[in-house]
Structure formats: structure tokens, C-alpha cells
Design a protein around this ligand. Structure first.
Ligand code: NAP
Length: 394
């Protein structure tokens, strides 16, 4: 008899936790449980559909799915099909890898207006998440306010700014790609409440904003005075200094040089949202749509003995995929140490009938085949029933 570990959440943190566990204990039996019939969490639903290089990380996870004692159990919701108590009672350890997918709120008047979208809801729509089928009406959207100065804000601005040609090799859902292509967009405002020296953009993602075919990026003159804080640790100082250089380059561009202008605005705290405009501490700007990219919160889970959290569920919504690899591997060591002193539990297998790895591979194959016909990496199936039908077919 061997120990059994349940990992709740089949995103990168969950898979890296499985990887860390199997490196130390190849004999373990691991179940990776997800609410969706598809694995890979934010890599599938959150990473921007034009960043296929980042999405390629799933090949590592697919190799783990081929391990004989690792089961994928999709379409299982904790609270509906199984309770946390049942999990904790049946497994020797439970790892919570549920991430954070609730859009944080600005807490300003007008935030509930229908033209205001949280970045999770918006990006999940572009990425074909089956819970987010209805997108915004972009047919008369000329100006968009993207609030926040992190990589998610850059993802949102870039995906709106890119031309259909630039999106041709992405796996954006067709409906979203067509809506963006047809929108009369001319201006995208990326709004930071603090200065450029506090933006959390990473260098490559910001630099990419200077290489868009139908959009020019411009920055407000405050970037000319910006300096990375001397108190920051060296890697942070280097990142910020490089970003400031990039933004100074943007400051030399003219708005309107290309059909779409991306305006980087700093020291501009949003104070209220109205139909068609956003009030900032620096003045009012026109915005037919607002996308808030200001971070996420998560759902609660039991913090009892034998329950470990990884990734965003543990640390909060920060860090890239490599950050989560290191984090999950460290937690996996703690789990192995915890198991060392305990006899394996001997109860029955409680996992309900689920979409297993074969079911997921049927979805995967069908999506890739549909994409091949269009020269795309895949065409995602975004309808719950269609996903289940394919997964449960032969
Ligand atoms: P983030 O980097 O924490 O950025 C959140 C932004 O929201 C910050 O600029 C923050 O400003 C701003 N903000 C928070 N509350 C605000 C408010 N009330 N009003 C105005 N602005 C507000 O988070 P993220 O962009 O959501 O990204 C999450 C993590 O995923 C990050 O670690 C990111 O690097 C990673 N990610 C990586 C990639 C990639 O590698 N390509 C892509 C997407 C995401 P303050 O600094 O002033 O608080």
C-alpha cells in the first residue's frame, strides 16, 4: 500500500506539485482533480492566446499525465461531487492548487456598469473558457481604458491592439477575434495609479508593445523623469530601468502614427466610471469600455492538517509560471516530509466518474485537428456539453 495525494486544481501549480512529489516518491498515487473537463488551468484560460510559446509548457504536464499512477479527474467540482471533508478523510494529503480567479474590485463609483469588465472575465472569454461565453459588444467601442500596470494589463491592451494577421496563429476563440477585428478601436489607455518606476510589467512584454503592426505605443512625459527606486533589490532595479528606457522610446512616438494608439498614462488613479468616460486623478478620458487588470482574489478552502496550498492559492496572485514551479516543488517537499511519518490510509477509492486523461486527449486531438484546417494551433471547444460529449465519446 502506498500514500495517495489529491491535488485540487489542474493548473501549472498543481502539475508542478505532482512533478515535485513524483521526483521524491515515484511510488505515490496522485489524483489531479479539476472542475473543468480540460486540464492546465490558467495556461489554457489565462495565458494570452497569442503567447503560444508560454502555452507550450503544457507538454511537460502532458508527460506527467502519462504516468501510470497519476490520474486526471476532470469535471469534478469540490462541493458538488465531493466535499473537502471527504477528500481530507480519504487521502493522505490534499494539495490546494485552485489559483485565484475572482476579479478584484476598484471600489469606485460606476464599477458595476455593464461596459466595465474584469480582466479574468475578459481573458477567459478570449480563451474559450466554457463559463464565459458571452463577450462584450465591441461594435461601437473606439476607446478602451485598461486599468493597472501589470502584465495582465499589457495582455489585454495587446490583444485589443493586434491586427487580425498578428492573431492568425493564436488560438483566440473565433467570436472574440472577429469582434476585436471589427471594432472601430482607435485608442487604448493603459492606466497606472503610480509612476512608471512602480509598474510591474516585465521587460519583454512591455517591449512587445513597441512592435505592433497596427498600433503605436506612446507614453506621457512623466516617464522622462522616472528613475527606478534606489532601495529596490538589483534585479528589480534592472527590470524597472529597462522598462523606463522602453517607455522613453514610446514617449518619442506620436499618437495617431498608426490606426490604434496605446497611451501609457501614469500617476492617474481612477476615481469614478461613467458611461463613455473614466475620471482619473489627472482628468477625464473617453472610454467606451473599461477593463480592470488590478489582481484577483480566490475562494476559501479548509486549512486543516494534511492540507497544503500551492501557487496563487498559497501566495496570492503574483508570479509567472516559473515562479510557481519553484513554489510547488518546495511545497511538495513539505508534503513528502509530512507523509514520511504516517501510515497510508486504507479506505476505498472515492473519486466519482470523471473525465480522465483519455477523455482530455480526445478533446485535445479534436481541437488540434480543427485548428490544423485553419492554420491555427487549435480551435477550442468552448461549450460545456460539447467538451463533455467529446471527452466521453470513443
Ligand atoms: P500585478 O502585476 O500585481 O499588477 C496589478 C496592477 O494593478 C498594479 O499595477 C497595481 O498598481 C494595479 N492596481 C491594484 N489596485 C489598483 C487600484 N485600486 N487602482 C488602480 N490600479 C490598481 O498583477 P497582474 O497584472 O494581474 O499579473 C498577475 C501575475 O501574473 C504577475 O506576477 C504577472 O507578472 C503574471 N503574468 C505574467 C504574464 C507573462 O509573463 N507574460 C502575463 C500575465 C500575467 P500598484 O502597483 O500601484 O498597486
Amino acid at each position: 500500500m502506498t500514500h495517495r495525494v489529491a491535488i485540487v486544481g489542474a493548473g501549472p501549480s498543481g502539475f508542478y506539485a505532482a512533478d515535485g512529489l513524483l521526483r521524491g516518491r515515484p511510488d505515490l498515487r496522485i489524483d489531479i482533480i479539476d472542475r473543468l473537463p480540460t486540464p492546465f488551468g490558467l495556461v489554457r484560460a489565462g495565458v494570452a492566446p497569442d503567447h503560444q510559446g508560454t502555452k507550450a509548457v503544457v507538454r511537460q504536464f502532458d508527460k506527467l499525465l502519462a504516468q501510470p499512477d497519476l490520474r486526471f479527474a476532470g469535471n469534478i467540482e469540490i462541493g458538488r461531487d465531493l466535499s473537502w471533508d471527504e477528500l481530507v478523510a480519504a487521502y493522505d494529503a490534499v494539495i490546494v492548487a485552485t489559483g485565484m480567479v475572482i476579479d478584484r474590485k476598484l471600489g469606485i463609483p460606476g464599477e458595476e456598469l455593464p461596459h466595465v469588465w474584469g480582466s479574468w472575465r475578459f481573458v477567459a472569454w478570449l480563451n474559450g473558457h466554457p463559463d464565459f461565453r458571452g463577450g462584450p459588444d465591441l461594435s461601437s467601442v473606439k476607446s478602451v481604458a485598461v486599468i493597472g500596470n501589470g502584465n495582465v494589463a499589457l495582455d489585454v491592451a495587446r490583444l485589443l491592439a493586434k491586427s487580425p494577421d498578428e492573431m492568425a496563429k493564436s488560438d483566440i476563440v473565433a467570436e472574440a477575434g472577429a469582434a476585436i477585428a471589427a471594432a472601430p478601436l482607435t485608442d487604448i489607455h493603459v492606466i497606472g495609479r503610480r509612476g512608471a518606476e512602480h509598474a510591474s510589467f516585465t521587460n519583454n512584454e512591455l517591449a512587445e508593445m513597441g512592435r505592433l503592426s497596427r498600433a503605436v505605443s506612446v507614453a506621457d512625459p512623466s516617464v522622462l523623469e522616472a528613475v527606478a527606486p534606489a532601495t529596490d533589490p538589483t534585479p528589480e532595479k534592472l527590470r524597472k530601468t529597462k522598462n523606463i528606457e522602453t517607455l522613453k522610446g514610446f514617449a518619442a512616438h506620436q499618437a495617431g502614427e498608426k490606426p490604434v494608439t496605446v497611451h501609457f498614462r501614469f500617476h492617474a488613479a481612477p476615481t469614478a466610471i461613467h458611461p463613455g468616460e473614466v475620471e482619473l486623478s489627472t482628468g477625464t478620458i473617453a472610454a467606451d469600455m473599461v477593463v480592470t487588470c488590478i489582481g484577483y482574489s480566490g475562494e476559501d478552502f479548509p486549512k486543516s492538517e494534511g492540507v497544503f496550498a500551492v501557487g496563487w492559492a498559497r501566495r496570492g496572485p503574483s508570479g509567472t509560471i516559473p515562479t510557481n514551479r519553484a513554489d510547488s516543488h518546495a511545497v511538495a517537499k513539505d508534503v513528502l516530509a509530512w507523509l514520511e511519518d504516517r501510515d497510508p490510509k486504507s479506505g476505498p477509492d472515492i473519486l466519482p466518474l470523471a473525465v480522465d486523461a483519455d477523455g482530455w486527449h480526445r478533446i485535445d486531438k479534436a481541437e488540434i485537428a480543427a485548428g490544423a484546417a485553419q492554420g491555427r494551433p487549435r480551435v477550442k471547444f468552448a461549450d460545456w456539453q460539447a467538451l463533455l460529449d467529446i471527452a466521453q465519446g470513443d
